[in-house]
Design a protein around this ligand. Structure first.
Ligand SMILES: C[S@@+](CC[C@H](N)C(=O)[O-])C[C@H]1O[C@@H](n2cnc3c(N)ncnc32)[C@H](O)[C@@H]1O
Length: 387
């Protein structure tokens, strides 16, 4: 969702750290658009479309809860394009979905009144129907929302995208304790890493991690610290969310991590679809590498997807040696533990079948039309016998 702009009408207003991009013809301001934000939006949009279709088909109502709404608009000053923030992307998906539109309920929280006023102008500009915007603090408002959701559970996608780090582990845990909830959480690693040694924010970090073990990581060298912090946070999240996968996003112009997007879901297919959505915009990778992103014109000796398939084969052979396991269980055990996409796991298993490294017992053996299932298919109940 983007609109081409006339570069002569774009100007930038800077007040301290705050930067606004003004376009002469619009009554709203925008924020500058950075590469990692663009990826976040592309991935969210791709995933949310699928999520609304799957959940909307089987439920009378579904919610989109945006905990940190933002100002609604972004301008890419290099490409002279107008783009939109998460609440607008969600509202647009809602309104373009003729069948599901009436089922999708949007709730947005934003602390800053100026951002809310701007967001409302962006909604009008896009001729979208108004949705609920609450001025307030995320943690207070989300807990009020959860009080109601617990009484009548409804599938809800939570977008939690703060600038800072004051999100509470207990709140994430409470969200995931309700059936059919999912979270996309922006874990601001850059800020966390800077503040790990600052005594005054110990309480905030305790609340974010849900423990104080992060203190043991303070003295580590940068690379080990980053690994330690993300492993600890993921381990904590895994205590209450079946699938947790983290996507690393670098600064667009620095070879350094800006933040991680943590996706929490209790649905294995949800985890798989999000990984595919992320890879779609990142040359098959589950990370945004900033200046190290592959060059689209680069030619590879080996297709990167074939390389991942080969790695998946080696991994599966080792993990399941002499075991029998259903395809669905393989997916459940592998999807958030490895960088492989579901398509790599599938193609690895099929290739192993051709090489007689596995026997795939297809269940059911016959199709609905009483035809024996072909060796090309692979379904959840199929049993894989590893040599
Ligand atoms: C990173 S921006 C959100 C961007 C948005 N998701 C998008 O895609 O455009 C974070 C927003 O959270 C708001 N904010 C900061 N602290 C907040 C809080 N405690 N509760 C709710 N909103 C807050 C800020 O004013 C800012 O607009």
């Amino acid at each position: 969702m983007s609109i081409k702009l006339d570069p002569t009408k774009i100007r930038v207003e800077e007040k301290g750290k705050n930067k606004k991009v003004i376009y002469k013809d619009f009554d709203f301001y925008s924020w500058p658009y950075e590469g990692q934000t663009k990826i976040k939006h592309f991935v969210f949009e791709e995933y949310f479309k699928v999520w609304t279709i799957i959940l909307g088909t089987f439920n009378n109502k579904i919610n989109y809860f945006d905990g940190f709404g933002g100002c609604g608009a972004y301008i890419d000053e290099e490409k002279n394009e107008l783009h939109f923030g998460s609440p607008i992307l969600a509202a647009n998906i809602k309104e373009n979905s003729v069948k599901l539109s009436s089922k999708i309920n949007i709730v947005v929280i934003e602390e800053n009144q100026e951002a809310i006023d701007n967001l409302k102008k962006v909604i009008k500009h896009n001729k979208l129907n108004p949705f609920q915007i609450i001025q307030g603090d995320f943690d207070i408002e989300v807990n009020k929302f959860l009080d109601k959701l617990e009484k009548s559970p409804t599938p809800t996608f939570f977008m939690i995208d703060p600038f800072g780090i004051s999100v509470k582990y207990e709140t994430l845990k409470r969200i995931m304790s309700i059936p059919k909830t999912e979270i996309l959480f922006n874990f601001m690693y850059n800020t966390i890493s800077r503040f790990l040694t600052v005594g005054t924010i110990e309480k905030i970090l305790d609340e974010l991690f849900g423990c104080d073990e992060w203190k043991n990581l303070r003295e580590l060298q940068e690379e080990e610290k980053e690994k330690g912090v993300t492993v600890l946070f993921r381990d904590q999240l895994k205590k209450f969310s079946d699938y947790v996968y983290q996507y690393r996003l670098s600064f667009q112009d620095k070879k350094r991590t800006y933040y991680y997007l943590f996706h929490l879901t209790n649905n294995v297919k949800g985890c798989s679809i999000m990984k595919s959505a992320f890879a779609k915009f990142n040359f098959g990778n589950v990370a945004f590498l900033g200046p190290n992103q592959p060059n689209p014109n680069q030619s590879f000796f080996l297709d990167p997807s074939d390389l991942k398939k080969l790695e998946a084969k080696t991994y599966l052979e080792k993990k399941y040696k002499e075991k029998e396991v259903t395809y669905f269980n393989i997916l459940k055990e592998v999807i958030d533990e490895t960088p492989f996409l579901e398509k790599h796991i599938r193609s690895a298993l099929k290739e192993m079948e051709k090489e007689n490294k596995v026997i795939i017992q297809r269940i059911p053996e016959y199709t609905g039309k009483d035809r024996k299932r072909k060796r090309t298919g692979l379904e959840d109940k199929d049993i894989i016998h590893f040599n």
